[in-house]
Design a protein around this ligand. Structure first.
Ligand SMILES: Nc1ncnc2c1ncn2[C@@H]1O[C@H](COP(=O)(O)OP(=O)(O)OP(=O)(O)O)[C@@H](O)[C@H]1O
Ligand SMILES: [Mg+2]
Length: 352
């Protein structure tokens, strides 16, 4: 049954009650008059306006029946309104006491407003439960990612203070690497959180995207070369209003993944303009991203479970940062299967 608005339900109720009262008045009047005429002869004299005992009898019966009918109809309607509200109150009580899976369930779908209220309440509860679950996962993932470098730092420093390790360049470099790893995780988390709350600051400047991409390629070239990956570029000169530091950071994160997860061969980097946007694509000849990971690739802490990812030990924040940066620019990033056989990333960035 399609729910109707409370306003309409009340009007319908009033109309029904008027109709029922009229039907009752006519039926009782004619029935009792018919019985009185049939069994007792005339019931009142013509042109006599005074109420006889019989008139009073009819009057009382009609009003009594009308009263009963209107009371029953009102109770029925109020139940349809109150029942959903009671289930709503019950669900809110459970949620406020921590039972986030509680939902308001009402079989009464007669009133549109209460039906909508229940549906909105349930989607709010669902979102709350989802967010709470995400916070727990985030906390666990952050703790997990921070634990490894902190444990290594703790072990090394403990060894130094106990005289088990001797301070040498190699040890200090290792300690520095752990601290840099920690700093990167913290900075990535900060970027993602700022972007999610809409506070990621963008220092916009007009730049030539070809120059920016070339600058990133130059920085990552030694890492690419060491993995026998050769960059091939098809870059158009496009003027873009963006935060160049952030955009370079995003392209670097994608190319950093190429150095870790792609196989020897080429990485094709192109940029061209389309509908007031610059499109930047990065394609490699690796295995690409398989299965369900494609859907959640840009969420924090998502990584392939295979040994390659673990071997290269990323924390799963790189692409979430890329996504955060692009969204803060009003753009987006997406994954596609490259014709080269590996992963393809497509950045869309507004030029103005
Ligand atoms: N070019 C690629 N080819 C194959 N898989 C990729 C590629 N880029 C990313 N991935 C997969 O996506 C996952 C998420 O990448 P992301 O950059 O977000 O995290 P990460 O590289 O594991 O860690 P981080 O970048 O924080 O050090 C990777 O772990 C990897 O499984
Ligand atoms: Mg990465």
């Amino acid at each position: 049954m399609k729910p109707i608005s409370l306003n309409r339900a009340l009007i319908i109720l009033m109309m029904k009650m008027t109709i029922y009262s009229t039907i009752i008045a006519f039926s009782v009047y004619y029935l009792t008059t018919w019985v009185a005429v049939k069994y007792y002869g005339r019931v009142s004299a013509d042109n006599d306006l005074s109420m006889t005992g019989f008139d009073w009898f009819q009057f009382v019966i009609i009003n009594l029946l009308s009263l009963i009918v209107s009371t029953l109809a009102t109770i029925k309607l109020s139940r349809k309104i109150i029942h959903p509200l009671l289930t709503l109150a019950d669900a809110s009580r459970k949620i406020s006491s921590g039972e986030l899976s509680a939902r308001a369930v009402s079989e009464s779908v007669y009133i549109k407003e209460t039906t909508e209220l229940i549906s909105d309440f349930n989607s709010m509860a669902q979102r709350l439960e989802h967010t709470s679950g995400e916070i727990k996962t985030w906390n666990a993932a952050i703790a997990h990612e921070l634990r490894t470098p902190v444990t290594i730092l703790h072990g090394r420093l403990q060894g130094l203070s106990d005289g088990v390790f001797f301070p040498d360049e190699k040890l200090y470099k290792n300690l520095l690497k752990q601290v840099e790893g920690l700093a990167r995780i913290i900075e990535d988390l900060r970027t993602i959180s700022l972007a999610e709350s809409g506070y990621l600051s963008i220092k916009a400047d007009r730049v030539n995207i070809k120059t920016e991409i070339a600058c990133v390629i130059e920085a990552i070239l030694p890492a690419l070369t060491s993995k026998s990956i050769r960059p091939v570029t098809r870059l158009d000169n496009i003027s873009v209003l963006c935060d160049p530091v952030r955009i370079r950071q995003a392209i670097l994160a994608i190319l950093d993944n190429v150095t870790r997860y792609a196989q020897p061969g080429i990485v094709l980097i192109s940029s061209f303009e389309k509908n007031d946007c610059v499109i930047i694509t990065v394609e490699d000849e690796g295995k690409g991203v398989e299965g369900e990971l494609q859907q959640t690739l840009f969420e924090p802490f998502r990584r392939a479970e295979d040994s390659r990812s673990r071997e290269y030990g990323g924390s799963g924040l790189g692409l979430a940062v890329v996504n955060a940066i692009l969204r803060a620019h009003g753009g987006n990033v997406a994954y596609f299967k490259s014709e080269l056989g590996g992963a393809g990333f497509r950045i869309e960035l507004p030029t103005k």
